[in-house]
Design a protein around this ligand. Structure first.
Ligand code: FE2
Length: 504
């Protein structure tokens, strides 16, 4: 891909400026490799907010596709003079694709978080993010704790609670928005105390109307709290698991009987957190390979911990699904990383550079016997798999066959996600969609109305960066064979995001 000298200089300046503040950055690129990665456009800021009534479509959108795909992700990677360090830090932007009558419209809008408002008002970063703190000089002598706004920069995922749409991040404060206009409606909870994390991946049980989540208390009494919220909105604690060094976690799983939480020895160092050398929040977690990973099984009906089962340590961002087998064992499928190297690899300085390899995850099954405490661990297929999706409403917490995700064609050479993958658990096989210069995001499964003719009878919706064109498009694949059905081109690039939701 030809790049102008000016663009290369801009990239170089950005790379030079993106020093990691207190970070345990582990670059794997050879020294001096400062050339921008071919997909670096996906980590460039997008500032324009547009509405396009009808995108140009190649192919034919299914007429039954009648709803909206809302996606969330970071879109601004520098605030004034301040370069943000980590992919997870960028200012949240919502992207909405509305389908109907074989056509699709597009709109995008920044989430009006406290951070966004401070940027607009002062041109400066004011609040702490995952891997970046605002310039210390502003707060010197005031506090060493992270500075949090009342409306978090919720750039990770989208949740639907009846008619309420909420953007989520790893703080227990959802941010409501209007799915049509994408206008921010405000924080949907009281501000949480400093030192409490939440999850961007709550679970919903369509059979009971319950919502499950967790909170991580970093400050004593520290530990993991598992919560359930009933249909009527009342919330209660199902279990509290004391932890001296709470382990970072990003998601969990649900079965008919249990809340299953995979915890990992990426522990929080409170002493460091409270010291002047604190650094951004992520820098206070440290991997300890001498410690096991654990799956904590919380009894959904009675509350309390039913079993805690240890396995050799590995790192998980995303659970795929979980269920109970005929023998009462708990089956938990995850995307397994070797260790916390993936967290370190996702610093922007690393991601934007050519020749950098990002560690990849393996689809892995843990079969756990709550009675004996024994665990069997095996990989579900050969290859790499992340950002997993299933036919959630129908298959979550049930024995299932298919999951959809993304991966990397050649992990030894390629740096970043460059294919969509379908995991067939029965066949123990991954199949793929890829195209030269294309860098797709999380594929969202949408079932064909009327039940369909099988678990995979539906489409996958994925936002893809066309790196040579420096624009993005919405790709529609047949979930059965990953054949392309249609693509709708967006007028600009959409920075790489995390998660989205389709609502009919
Ligand atoms: Fe996630």
């Amino acid at each position: 891909m030809a790049r102008t000298r000016r663009e290369l200089l801009q990239d170089g300046a950005r790379l030079g400026a993106a020093a990691v503040v207190g970070g345990a950055y582990l670059g794997t690129a050879p020294a001096g490799a400062a050339t921008a990665a071919p997909y670096a456009t996906g980590f460039r800021s997008l500032t324009s907010e547009v509405r396009v009534p009808a995108l140009h479509v190649d192919g034919a959108l299914p007429r039954w596709l009648n709803g909206v795909l809302v996606r969330n992700g970071p879109a601004l990677f520098e605030i004034g003079e301040q370069q943000l360090n980590h992919w997870f830090d960028g200012l949240a932007m919502l992207h909405g694709f509305a389908f109907g009558d074989g056509r699709v419209s597009y709109a995008n809008r920044f989430l009006r978080s406290s951070q966004h408002d401070a940027w607009k008002r002062t041109g400066k970063m004011k609040y702490s993010e995952f891997g970046t703190d605002p310039c210390r000089a502003i707060f010197s002598g005031v506090t060493t704790l992270p500075v949090l706004g009342t409306v978090p920069n919720a750039n990770v995922s989208i949740e639907r609670l009846g008619t309420r749409f909420r953007a989520l991040t790893e703080l227990p404060v959802p941010v409501r928005f209007d799915p049509r206009s994408l206008k921010t409606l405000g924080a949907d909870a009281e501000a949480a105390p400093n030192g409490r994390l939440g999850t961007a991946h709550p679970h919903h049980d369509p059979r009971t109307g319950q919502r499950f989540s967790y909170e991580l208390e970093l400050v004593p009494p520290s530990g993991l709290r598992v919560l359930v919220q009933g249909r009527d909105g009342t919330r209660r604690e199902l279990a509290f698991v004391p932890q001296d060094r709470p382990g970072y976690l990003h998601s969990f799983a649900l079965t008919p009987r249990y809340v299953a939480v995979f915890t990992q020895p990426f522990g929080f160092d409170l002493t460091k957190f409270l010291s002047p050398q604190r650094g951004p929040i992520v820098t206070n977690f440290a991997w300890d390979a001498r410690q096991p990973s654990r799956v904590v099984l919380v009894d959904r009906a009675r509350g309390g911990v039913a079993a805690t089962i240890e396995v050799d340590p590995f790192f998980v961002f995303h659970n795929i699904n979980a269920f109970e087998d005929a023998r009462g064992r708990v089956v938990v499928d995850v995307c397994a990383h070797h260790d916390d190297g993936i967290v370190q690899a996702l610093y922007l300085k690393n991601l934007r550079r050519a020749g950098v390899r990002v560690p990849q995850a393996t689809p892995r099954r843990l079969t756990l016997d709550p009675a004996s405490g024994k665990a069997e661990v095996r990989d579900l297929a050969e290859g790499n798999f992340e950002l997993p999706r299933t036919d959630y409403d129908r298959m979550n917490a049930r024995e299932y066959r298919y999951a959809y995700g993304v991966g990397v064609k050649d992990p030894a050479r390629s740096g970043f996600i460059d294919r969509i993958s379908k995991l067939d658990i029965k066949a123990e096989r991954l199949t793929h969609w890829d195209e030269r210069g294309a860098y797709p995001g999380e594929p969202v499964f949408v079932r064909r109305p009327g039940g369909g003719r099988g678990e995979d009878d539906g489409v996958l919706l994925s936002v893809v960066l066309d790196a040579p064109a420096r624009t993005s498009y919405l790709l529609v694949l047949d979930a059965r064979d990953l054949r392309e059905i249609a693509r709708a081109r967006v007028p600009h690039h959409i920075p790489f995001g995390f998660h989205g939701l389709y609502a009919s």
